[in-house]
Design a protein. Structure first.
Length: 478
């Protein structure tokens, strides 16, 4: 999970700032106008009774269970076939999980809960349900802005689809109108609070994806770390899963049911949404975790005529067995990857034990790829675990990013800016204030550049090394 170390670092830094124990308090301010508020609010109290890493893992586990719970209840609400619940086990471990989108994953079951509450509201309207929908929307807004926009749009589509009559439609839209005002107020206040912290992250918008954009969604529904032939293999597996309802003898419900609204909204995101926008990267691929459940909700069970029942019963039973085997196989691959990555990354954990806490560090990750985890950039932000576990401060730091709960003060911005993490070879001792750092976390499977620390009065010395990791220490000149 690429970004998870940075989220863990945010939680640890927030805890220490609130306790007045952070040696970096003069560099930061707490940003309560964040759309990630709920995720950090849940992780913060847990961090007082367990390690930050354990707190995040616990919350992600709860989010996965809640995700399945909501998917099953939506399937029941839509009247889809219960055998397709197996498809709901997989999407959570797709692109968003591999990229480590912690706050997004925590907000997913809340977004599904909002869609479920909307579906029940449009069929049986009442004041309590209207108020409940509004307050659940506020919780979602405090969980993740993108998920709020997605669920709000889906809910509005359900209303348009089902509600008849102008007066009834206007009355039904009251919670959505109130939520749109709340979102607008949040946007304006957030913009005012952060106007002095504009970075390139807030201005770059890229559509990206090209002709491979839609086919890649099939891959992102199950994984984010696939390259070469594995990219084709994962896409083929997703395509096979999409064929399962037909092989089970199910038929698409062609009536204007709300389940179609979810899938149509997803397809619009996959086709029209940019890849990067307003400080958010990998915008549209993260929504691939909804693809398989939304597709499954389209299918209703059709009774088999008595004269054909004997012939099809054994075929459908065999297809269901194959579906179960395929799902367990996919989960097994993810489990194996996690186990192999834990073995591979153990060397970094051993290094941390020998480093002094509370120091400033710079990450120079020349080789971010993990052989154990399918070749993704799993180590891009990995040195941030030093900040999460040893009260240090690691650059590049997510405190640059607009949605984070801990932000750099505008007058205390470090010289290491966003984008540096992808190009550590650009490190310049003078320009990046190398003397500010005690430790340099370097990961490379190749020889390091001879001029890596060129310009230092006294070059940092190697103090720890394990596998591809090396830690250099700078203490100045004697």
């Amino acid at each position: 999970m690429i970004d998870l170390p940075q989220h863990a670092a945010q939680v640890a830094l927030l805890r220490d700032l609130l306790l007045g124990q952070s040696p970096w308090g003069d560099l930061f301010r707490i940003n309560l106008f964040t759309p990630y508020l709920l995720g950090y609010a849940l992780a913060l109290p847990l961090s007082f009774v367990m390690p930050v890493a354990a707190a995040l893992k616990l919350l992600l586990s709860v989010a996965y269970v809640a995700y399945i719970f909501m998917c099953v209840h939506l399937r029941r609400q839509f009247g889809a076939d219960p055998r397709l619940d197996w498809l709901c086990l997989l999407g959570f471990f797709g692109f968003a999980c591999d990229l480590g989108f912690f706050t997004f994953l925590l907000g997913v079951p809340i977004a599904l809960g909002f869609i479920l509450a909307t579906e029940r509201y449009v069929h049986h309207q009442s004041i309590p349900r209207m108020l409940g929908l509004f307050f659940l929307g506020l919780v979602l807004l405090a969980s993740h802005g993108l998920l709020f926009l997605f669920a709000w749009t889906v809910g509005l589509g359900m209303l348009v689809l089902h509600v008849r009559g102008l007066w009834r439609a206007l009355r039904s839209m009251l919670p959505f109108a109130a939520l749109s005002l709340a979102f607008g107020a949040y946007f304006l206040v957030n913009r005012q609070v952060n106007k002095s912290m504009q970075t390139s992250l807030t201005t770059i918008t890229r559509w990206n994806g090209g002709l491979w954009r839609l086919p890649r969604i099939l891959v992102y529904a199950l994984t984010g770390n696939a390259r070469g032939w594995t990219l084709i293999a994962w896409g083929a597996v997703t395509a096979a899963l999409l064929c399962v309802p037909w092989l089970l003898g199910l038929r698409v419900n062609r009536r204007p049911e709300s389940s179609w609204v979810v899938l149509v909204a997803l397809l619009l995101i996959f086709v029209l949404a940019p890849g990067n926008a307003a400080g958010t990267v990998f915008l549209y691929p993260r929504f691939a975790l909804f693809l398989l459940p939304a597709y499954a909700w389209l299918f209703r069970h059709e009774p088999i005529p008595p004269e054909s029942e004997r012939r099809f019963r054994s075929v459908h039973a065999a297809m269901l067995v194959l579906l179960v085997i395929l799902c367990w196989g996919i989960l097994g691959v993810h489990t194996l990857r996690s186990w192999r990555f834990a073995q591979e990354s153990a060397s970094f954990d051993a290094i941390l034990e020998h480093l002094e806490p509370g120091q400033r560090a710079l990450a120079l990750v020349f080789d971010p790829y993990s052989d154990a985890d399918g070749g993704l950039w799993a180590y891009l932000h990995y040195p941030a675990w030093y900040q999460a576990e040893k009260q240090g401060l690691v650059d590049l730091n997510f405190a640059w990013a607009p949605p984070q709960i801990v932000r750099f003060r505008p007058d205390r911005l470090p010289a290491v800016e966003p984008g540096f993490e992808w190009h550590p070879e650009r490190f310049d001792w003078a320009r990046h204030h190398g003397s500010d750092y005690r430790y340099f976390f370097v990961r490379s499977t190749k020889p390091l550049p001879d001029a890596l620390f060129k310009g230092a009065d006294c070059p940092p010395t190697l103090v720890q090394s394990a596998d591809a990791w090396r830690v250099f220490e700078y203490r100045g000149c004697p």
